[in-house]
Design a protein around this ligand. Structure first.
Ligand SMILES: *[C@@H]1O[C@H](CO)[C@@H](O)[C@H](O)[C@H]1NC(C)=O
Ligand SMILES: *[C@@H]1O[C@H](CO)[C@@H](O)[C@H](O)[C@H]1NC(C)=O
Length: 262
């Protein structure tokens, strides 16, 4: 029953894709200045106002913008997010909590790539602050032509700028009872993960699929995110010194993960 309705939703999205292919290509430029991104740069400055960290926050805010540019090294976005949390640690209290939330939102912003639709490279080192573990940047929703998420542009727009309301959701997926949409079938990346590094669960809430606080309209895209996060965590463990597996194993697993059942 559940699968039947998921299938129907997927088909509906494909239909939208074909009907309106131009709607969502317009926003492919300059993702460093979406309202959601701009809000994070501004919040870093606002939160520290009246403290002796204003100049530091101003510098960091500018560096946050640059880290989202296509030419920025793969880990700059994570490094800046770590620095936002570091700044929070220096201030403590409510300001620390606020800056952690900004850092988490910022870490998950989409980053520019040289060509529209091209995925941005994931950072392959672990973040310094545990609050950022498992978080990766969003990818261009127009990226994969055969991906049902392509049709999502229209639905996604209202979310832009909503970052602040959404923040408390980030990372709090565990509160919701995980509902495994694919009971019965097995994905080796799930049952026997490389290095024992598990992927985050997909949670289903109505017809929305949630992975680490990020919402997806179709399960295949949610699965892709799930696999990408596992890939990142797998590399984190490898980079932290675990040599019981190789980076190539992490890469290979991602293919297995994405092609297997969700
Ligand atoms: C901010 O950036 C300016 C210009 O690069 C630099 O001179 C200054 O030392 C920086 N301030 C802080 C607090 O990092
Ligand atoms: C990738 O994984 C598959 C399935 O587990 C396996 O058969 C294959 O040998 C692996 N390839 C590499 C290069 O490790």
């Amino acid at each position: 029953m559940k699968f039947a309705s998921i299938f129907a939703v997927t088909l509906a999205l494909v239909a939208i894709t074909q009907a309106a292919p131009m709607k969502f290509t317009r926003r492919r430029f300059g993702v460093e200045h979406t309202p959601e991104a701009d809000a994070t740069f501004q919040e870093v400055k606002d939160i520290v106002q009246g403290t002796d960290k204003e100049e530091k926050a101003g510098n960091l805010s500018g560096a946050m913008v640059r880290a989202l540019l296509a030419k920025a090294p793969a880990c700059d976005q994570q490094d800046r997010a770590d620095e936002v949390i570091d700044l929070g640690r220096e201030l403590g209290g409510e300001q620390e909590e606020q800056l952690i939330e900004v850092a988490k939102t910022y870490r998950q912003l989409e980053r520019n790539t040289p060509n529209a639709g091209q995925p941005s490279e994931l950072c392959k080192k672990p973040p310094r602050n545990k609050e950022l573990e498992g978080l990766v940047q969003a990818q261009d929703p127009t990226g994969k032509a055969k991906d049902p998420e392509v049709g999502k542009g229209k639905d996604k727009e209202p979310e832009v700028g909503k970052g602040k309301d959404k923040d408390p959701e980030v990372g709090k997926g565990k509160d919701k009872e995980p509902e495994d949409p694919a009971n019965g079938e097995e994905n080796v990346a799930e049952t026997d993960p490389v290095g024992g590094v598990k992927m985050p669960k997909i949670q289903q809430d109505g017809d929305v699929f949630i992975v680490n606080g990020n919402e997806f309209k179709d399960i295949k895209t949610a699965q892709g995110r799930q696999c990408d996060i596992q890939h990142n965590l797998c590399f984190n463990k490898f980079n932290a010194g675990d040599r019981s597996f190789s980076g190539a194993d992490c890469d290979n697993q991602t293919g297995v993960c994405k092609s297997g059942p969700p």
